[in-house]
Design a protein around this ligand. Structure first.
Ligand code: SF4
Length: 433
């Protein structure tokens, strides 16, 4: 289950007409689940597998899946769609199917998920998968498979099966995902990705090459989105990675922190490698809102250099998609105007703005639970990044929502989207020259 549905009705109605917002939403909704393709690769050949996107299943999907004779259904969903995953699981189990649930939400909320499935997989699925399938074949499976209690071997670094991209209907996707690193050494309070599934680790470059070549066999000039949390943490390894990517005819996109700007050699390699854009979590226009954001205070110390660093990256021909979050405890009613001005001043090629969201597994969630600040009646399906889930510290809920709506309208207005497209085109020309 990929993509999300925004609940906030006003935002929903304005969002549908905002060009920049609609484009990025479409891209996110069309990314396949690399986790499931990886599990498929770790499945013995005598198992027959099909990969399905939930949104393309018919309304009577549970009946159809049962009629097609499948024995096991594995579902992966993020928080915003976990209730739909639980509902589908209930329908399938009522028809006698065995359902396995896994992914980030399930790993952070194992007790909740366990009550909605026959089996849950916590943490890195591929480490538990062979054992799980072998137990199923012997008819004696457990209800939880937890990769953290399995032997801490380092197979992520070594050679292992290539995700089964061949299971996808490629006409449906405008880009494919490939993972080169997992986790992140920074610990931002709102981010579960940095530690829930795995600590920070890098894949072997030989493995990256094998996966890339598997994609190229199916799609000769692909667009690849690296499914990494923070790709360029290790600069020396990153230079080798980017040199490898530049050997192939592809365009690609990834996520990084701002320290990318510190490595001139890496920037030059990136420009030559077909890197179309990097997404960077700049987090806030207000430096004071970044106090305590990550445990080391690393991001807030970098805030004063943002303008210089963004310019340096874009001058090398790599466009920056700057991400901003609204709703930090230090944010007052002036944060919306400050964010708009700041975005303009940075001359970013693309922008993403979201509301602070306390996902399971984060220290932010723990803090808000202790302070009793969750809004009544909020369900997981509202964890979309665009719906308000908790009481802001320095403004009313209505002020937060309406300020965010107005900011969305301004940031994604046709005029501003066109201005950013021109910056993007300049970056492309720069990288060609
Ligand atoms: S830098 Fe990005 S990936 Fe790393 S912890 Fe912060 S938000 Fe998560």
């Amino acid at each position: 289950m990929s993509g999300v549905r925004v609940y906030d009705q006003e935002l929903l109605s304005i969002g549908l007409t905002l060009p920049g917002f609609v484009e990025r939403s479409r891209v996110i909704a069309s990314l396949p689940s690399l986790g499931l393709l990886t599990l498929a690769a770790h499945t013995p050949e005598h198992w027959e597998i099909e990969y399905r996107e939930y949104d393309e299943l018919p309304t009577d999907s549970a009946d159809q899946i049962c009629q097609q004779g499948f024995g096991v259904v594995a579902i992966s969903a993020l928080t915003a769609r976990i209730d739909e995953a639980y509902a589908l699981s209930a329908e399938l189990r009522a028809r006698g199917m065995l359902v396995i649930l896994g992914g980030l939400h399930v790993s952070a909320m194992p007790d909740e998920a366990a009550s909605h499935a026959d089996i849950i997989v916590k943490g890195e699925g591929e480490r538990a998968w062979a054992q799980l399938l072998s137990d199923l074949e012997r008819g004696c499976h457990h209800s939880i498979y937890d990769s953290s209690v399995l032997a801490a071997e380092s197979h992520f670094h070594q050679e292992h099966p290539v995700p089964r991209y061949d299971l996808l209907d490629l006409d449906r996707y405008n880009r494919l995902t490939l993972q080169t690193t997992r986790g992140c050494p920074l610990h931002c309070s709102f981010c579960a990705a940095s530690r829930t599934i795995s600590p920070y680790r890098k894949k072997s470059l030989l493995q990256v090459r094998r996966e890339l070549e598997a994609i190229l066999k199916l799609w000769p000039r692909p667009f690849i989105e690296l499914a990494d949390d923070n790709t360029f943490v290790d600069k020396r390894w990153s230079r080798e990675l980017v040199a490898l990517l530049s050997e192939y005819p592809l365009k690609w996109f990834t996520e990084s922190d701002i320290s990318l700007a510190d490595d001139e050699t890496l920037l030059k390699l990136l420009a030559k490698s077909g890197c179309a854009q990097v997404l960077i979590g700049l987090e806030s226009a207000a430096s004071e809102s970044m106090t305590g954001l990550d445990t080391q205070g690393w991001k807030s110390r970098r805030h004063r250099d943002y303008a210089e660093k963004v310019r340096k990256i874009q001058d090398h021909g790599i466009s920056v998609n700057g991400c901003f979050i609204l709703g930090f405890d230090q944010d007052g009613p002036d944060i919306f105007a400050r964010t708009l001005d700041y975005i303009e001043s940075l001359q970013l090629a693309e922008v993403q703005i979201t509301l602070l969201t306390p996902f399971p597994g984060t220290s932010l969630r723990q803090q808000l639970l202790e302070e009793g600040r969750f809004l009544p009646g909020v369900t997981w399906s509202q964890y979309t990044l665009f719906d308000l889930t908790f009481r802001p510290a320095r403004m009313s809920e209505d002020a937060m929502r309406s300020g965010f709506h107005e900011l969305m309208k301004s940031v994604y207005s046709e005029e501003r989207v066109n201005a950013r497209r021109k910056i993007f085109q300049t970056c492309i020309r720069q990288s060609r020259s």
